[in-house]
Design a protein around this ligand. Structure first.
Ligand code: AOS
Ligand code: ZN
Ligand code: ZN
Ligand code: ZN
Length: 424
């Protein structure tokens, strides 16, 4: 299914008068509004290939319909999202879930939708059919050198796929850990992981990054070998320039000050990428911004401040991606909501009165400093984000158009009512 430009233009015409009234009201109060709009238009968030189908929990999965059945259909779905919001111009593949058969044809197909390939992901958390050795007790940290080598070889193979597709980064998330005290020697596990990552690092092309993701628990429940940002940072530092830390918002224990982690990693030049999502108690499954949008804003505030301080381009300096499991909502609607929440927080961070904040901080004026952040956060910037979409040729209200154009029922008609997409 393709959403042609006329459908989007008709939709926008209907909403234009209301939009303009809201936007003009807001814009009058934002001194650098054109610069903010340019940044919003440029800011894209990658979509992971595994978030396009309905996810599940270990208790069950309630299949949605019309889910993508192939890599081509996954690209089509991200193409639909990008047509609706012009904010997701890349897709992140997971090998071996997404083996590109004919690479040239896949690249061409993506191009037709205005997409390129974001970071490629390796998978050493599942055994593949006929795999010689098992990842049951881990991969890069394993006690058996043979298992470690298998996982190293897989990661190098993923880099090769990525090179063919024009990716520039490898994301490594390891399920390696332990569920019971005494199960593993933590020191050896960490050192094995370092040694294995070094072998992968040595195979990275010069202009690539490796993004090292951390997670405190799940699928193991006592220890994770790369369990927090300190462990990821330590590995990234030992490995060298091309190695950075990836922050997945859901991979923190409750109330962790993620904005402070982000500020320090950025300051050290070791923040490589982001996985956006939200959570109430733990993990990484809920729509970005659905539970704690103030936290998301504070994170973006540190990001904008830190990127500007280092002269790094907001849009291209880091790998921005969504990583959610959509169990209840239509995955495409969920992703549209997540992108909207990200852009709202980003816009709020962009309108913070930075000179005034710096002055208040220098004078230790706590009330003024906090008030400046609250003022930006409490500003309703939705019309600003919508204006950026309008200028980029996207829909003023992507979810409304998605519903009005009956996208899901068309997809069900094309692909069937009972579909299973690979992924979470
Ligand atoms: C797992 O919790 C991590 O967030 C991964 O980044 C990702 O969700 C996974 O690689 C997909 O299975
Ligand atoms: Zn297509
Ligand atoms: Zn993640
Ligand atoms: Zn996760």
């Amino acid at each position: 299914m393709i959403l042609d430009k006329n459908i989007i233009a008709e939709h926008n015409d209907q909403l234009l008068a209301d939009h303009k009234r809201r936007f003009d009201f807001l814009a009058a109060d934002i001194p650098n509004v054109e610069a903010v709009l340019d940044k919003l238009v440029a800011f894209n968030i990658a979509i992971p290939s595994w978030a396009l189908g309905t996810g599940g929990t270990r208790f069950g999965r309630f299949s949605g319909g019309g889910e993508p059945r192939s890599l081509e259909e996954k690209i089509d779905d991200v193409g639909l999202l990008h047509a609706l919001n012009r904010s997701s111009n890349s897709i992140s593949l997971h090998i071996p879930w997404d083996i590109p058969g004919n690479t040239a044809a896949i690249i061409e197909h993506a191009k037709q939708h205005g997409l390129h390939f974001d970071a490629v992901n390796s998978n050493t958390f599942q055994d593949q059919p006929n795999q010689a050795l098992s990842y049951k007790h881990g991969s890069l940290h394993h006690t058996d050198k043979g298992v470690r080598q298998l996982a190293i070889d897989h990661n190098i193979e993923v880099i090769k796929y990525g090179e063919a597709l024009g990716s520039k980064a490898l994301s490594v998330w390891l399920a390696d850990g332990s569920s019971f005290p005494g199960q593993i020697n933590m020191r050896n596990a960490f050192n094995n992981t370092h040694e294995s990552l070094q072998a992968i690092y040595d195979a990275l092309p010069e202009d690539w990054k490796v993004l090292i993701e951390y997670k405190p628990y799940e699928p193991y429940f006592y220890s994770t070998t790369i369990g927090d940002w300190g462990q990821s940072y330590l590995l990234a530092s030992k490995l060298g320039k091309k190695a950075t830390t990836l922050v997945d918002l859901g991979h923190h224990l409750p109330n962790t000050n993620i904005e402070q982690i982000v500020a320090l990693l950025l300051s050290e030049g070791k923040l490589g990428g982001f996985h956006f999502n939200d959570s109430k108690y733990g993990d990484d499954d809920l729509t970005t911004g659905s539970i704690n949008p103030y936290k998301l804003f504070l994170i973006f505030n540190e990001l904008v401040e830190g990127l500007d301080a280092k002269g790094i381009n907001h849009a291209t300096g880091l790998s921005w991606m969504i990583d959610e499991s959509h169990n209840i909502k239509d995955p495409l609607e969920d992703l549209l909501m997540a992108v909207e929440a990200i852009k709202i927080s980003y816009a709020q961070a962009l309108i913070v009165d930075t000179p005034a904040l710096k002055a208040a901080q220098a004078e230790n004026d706590v009330v003024v400093a906090e008030g400046l952040l609250q003022h930006a956060y409490r500003t309703d910037v939705r019309a600003l984000v919508a204006e950026a979409r309008l200028r980029a040729g996207a829909a003023l209200n992507p979810v409304k158009l998605y519903r009005d154009a009956a996208v899901r029922s068309t997809l069900i008609g094309e692909r069937g009512a009972n579909t299973v997409a690979t992924g979470l």
